[in-house]
Design a protein around this ligand. Structure first.
Ligand code: ADP
Ligand code: MG
Length: 237
C-alpha cells in the first residue's frame, strides 16, 4: 500500500485548467519534492489533498482510504503546513500546540505528551513557553510543522515551507524533516526552488498542471546539473 496515490486528477477554476490528468504514487517513508514554477498547480493540488477543494475528476487515496468515500479516515492520515502561515502570534508555542490538539479531539495529558513529542522532533522544546510573535521565521515554520504532526499523520504536506527564510533556517528545516522521513513519515514538499531538490529522495515535476516527470532525485541529477534539466522540462519559466 502506498501512503498517497493520485489517479487522473483534474481541476479547473472556471475556464482555467489548473490540474490535468495528474497521476502518481509516493513511496512510503520517503522525502518527495513537488517541484514546479509559480502557477504550476502545486497549491491547488494541496487544496485537493486536504479537501479545501473537491474535484469530481480522478481519485485520491491516503494510506488506503479513498478521500472522496472515506474523507475522515483519509484526512486523519494527513498533516499539512499551508503556504500562508496560520499561527496565532499572541499564544505561546505550547498553547498553539494544545489548541490544535483540541481541534483534533485530543486533550489533557495526551495533548501535553503529543505536543512535547512533536516539538522535540523539530528541535523546538526549549521554545515551548515563548510567544510565537517572538520567534524568528525559521522557528515559526518549525512550530507549524510540529503542530501538523499532533494527530500522528502518515503523510506530511509542506507547501513552500522555506520561502523567505535565510540559508541556515532553511537547512535546519530540511534536516528536521529528513529526520521525520527516517522515522517513517511520508513527506511531500512543494517548492519552486530547484536548488532544494538535492535534499530529496524523489521528485515529481509539475508544469502547467501536468506531471512532466516522477523519478528518484538521483536520476534527475545524473550527468547534468539539475537546474539545466528542470529549465529544459519547463521551458525556462
Ligand atoms: P503554484 O502553487 O504551483 O504556484 P497554484 O496552484 O497556486 O500554483 O495555481 C495554479 C494555477 O491556478 C495558476 O494559473 C493560478 O493563477 C490559478 N489559480 C489558483 N488559485 C486560483 C483561484 N482561486 N481562482 C482562479 N485561478 C486560480
Ligand atoms: Mg503555491
Amino acid at each position: 500500500m502506498t501512503a498517497l496515490e493520485i489517479n487522473d486528477l483534474g481541476y479547473s477554476f472556471g475556464a482555467k485548467r489548473a490540474l490535468d490528468g495528474v497521476s502518481f504514487a509516493l513511496r512510503p517513508g520517503k522525502f518527495t519534492a513537488l517541484l514546479g514554477p509559480n502557477g504550476a498547480g502545486k497549491s491547488t493540488l494541496f487544496s485537493l489533498l486536504t479537501r479545501l477543494f473537491v474535484s469530481r475528476e480522478g481519485r485520491i487515496s491516503v494510506a488506503g482510504h479513498d478521500l472522496a468515500r472515506e474523507p475522515r479516515a483519509a484526512l486523519s492520515k494527513i498533516g499539512v503546513v499551508f503556504q500562508q502561515p496560520t499561527l496565532d502570534l499572541d499564544m505561546s508555542v505550547m498553547r498553539n500546540m494544545r489548541y490544535f490538539a483540541a481541534l483534533h479531539g485530543i486533550s489533557g495529558r495526551e495533548a501535553q505528551a503529543r505536543s512535547e513529542r512533536a516539538l522535540a522532533q523539530l528541535g523546538m522544546v526549549e521554545r515551548a513557553g515563548e510567544k510565537v510573535r517572538d520567534l524568528n521565521g525559521g522557528h515559526r515554520r518549525r512550530m507549524e510543522i510540529a503542530r501538523a504532526l499532533i494527530h500522528e499523520p502518515e503523510v506530511l504536506l509542506l507547501d513552500e515551507p522555506t520561502v523567505g527564510l535565510d540559508f541556515k533556517s532553511r537547512q535546519a528545516i530540511v534536516d528536521h524533516v529528513h529526520g521525520l522521513a527516517e522515522r517513517g513519515l511520508t513527506v511531500f514538499w512543494a517548492t519552486h526552488l530547484v536548488d532544494e531538490i538535492r535534499d530529496y529522495d524523489d521528485v515529481v515535476v509539475l508544469h502547467r498542471g501536468r506531471v512532466l516527470a516522477h523519478r528518484a532525485a538521483a536520476k534527475l541529477r545524473e550527468g547534468r546539473p539539475l537546474a539545466e534539466v528542470f529549465i529544459e522540462m519547463t521551458g525556462g519559466e
